[in-house]
Design a protein around this ligand. Structure first.
Ligand SMILES: C[S@@+](CC[C@H](N)C(=O)[O-])C[C@H]1O[C@@H](n2cnc3c(N)ncnc32)[C@H](O)[C@@H]1O
Length: 208
């Protein structure tokens, strides 16, 4: 994998302390995540790309009969994912790879699952355009994430929190519309992704 300075803090965090507390944060989201992934209309033989697959929480919600490629920059998160799928008979391949520059040819995948990834990746526009590139026309993208618009009164407060978090974990002020702007995608469905509505599930389709 090509070394990128902008990812260094994130790689250190996701290879050291984040894997310890991450399971506690994910526990309450299990049923919400499952519901979001269920929006994808999986077909037997589909190829699925999961950028920022992390410790592999999505993998159990993907049905048998499709093949999955998971991509991440953290060796430790991938090691946890490998352990999670050790008894699994599904077709899953995990790659240490930067989702902003993937080694896959264009029009390779039928589905993409972006769970809590767009708020974590350093350059979300670049990563999203890369995902659109490797997706086939009419392919589906699921984004399950806390992409928000910050109310004016909260701007400086949120920006302060963001400064601390964005380099080593995730940003709290990333806009969904800014990320998908200019890409050949259309939003086909949107659902609530947690009890408070902070997280949302967006289903998109590649149009060209
Ligand atoms: C918040 S975690 C989400 C993991 C998983 N998708 C989930 O829903 O539990 C974000 C993951 O994205 C990975 N990541 C961050 N930047 C990345 C990049 N440029 N390429 C690939 N993975 C990246 C991190 O290492 C981390 O495992």
């Amino acid at each position: 994998m090509k070394f990128e300075l902008k990812n260094i803090l994130k790689q250190i965090s996701f290879n050291t302390f984040i894997p310890f507390f991450y399971p506690m944060m994910m526990l309450p989201l299990r049923s919400w995540r499952r519901k979001a992934i269920a929006m994808l209309r999986f077909q037997p033989g589909d190829r699925v790309i999961v950028p920022g697959v992390g410790s592999g929480y999505d993998l159990s919600y993907i049905p048998r009969g499709v093949s999955v490629d998971g991509v991440d920059i953290s060796e430790v998160m991938l090691a946890i994912a490998r352990n999670r799928i050790r008894h699994n008979t599904k077709s899953i391949t995990l790659h240490i790879m930067d989702a902003e520059n993937m080694d896959f040819p264009p029009n390779t995948f039928d589905k993409a699952i972006l769970d809590l990834f767009i708020t974590c990746v350093a350059d979300p526009q670049k990563a999203f355009s890369e995902i659109v590139r490797v997706l086939k026309p009419e392919g589906e993208i699921l984004i399950y994430d806390h992409l928000i618009r910050v109310p004016a009164w909260a701007d400086s407060f949120m920006a302060g929190i963001d400064l601390v978090m964005k380099y080593n974990f995730c940003t709290v002020i990333r806009s969904f519309d800014e990320v998908i702007k200019g890409q050949p995608v259309t939003v086909t469905k949107e659902i609530k992704g947690d009890p408070l509505g902070f997280i949302k599930g967006f289903l998109l389709r590649k149009t060209a």
